[in-house]
Design a protein. Structure first.
Length: 85
């Protein structure tokens, strides 16, 4: 399945006149991250925030060429409450 995805990405880019290797595509996309921040409270509750970084210009261009939404994921906040003792 991964190989088919790789071929689909390369074929899509080539059809638009972009001749680049999968290694270059992967390296460019490696700058776009998802970060999770875990914030404990003094009462033992925990707030988790998961958010994608802002893609740089090169990543945005690849997403445009591949017809991939720039904001792949929405910010997610989760609360985990401490168990009463």
């Amino acid at each position: 399945m991964a190989y088919h995805l790789l071929v689909a990405v390369e074929t899509t880019l080539r059809s638009q006149g972009i001749y680049t290797s999968w290694a270059t595509v992967r390296e460019t996309l490696s700058t776009h991250h998802v970060t999770t921040v875990v914030l404990p409270t003094d009462k033992g509750d925990v707030l988790g925030i998961r958010k994608g970084s802002t893609p740089d210009t090169e990543v945005r261009e690849l997403y445009r060429l591949l017809n991939v939404p720039e904001n792949l994921m929405k910010k997610v906040n989760t609360w985990r409450q401490a168990h009463p003792t």
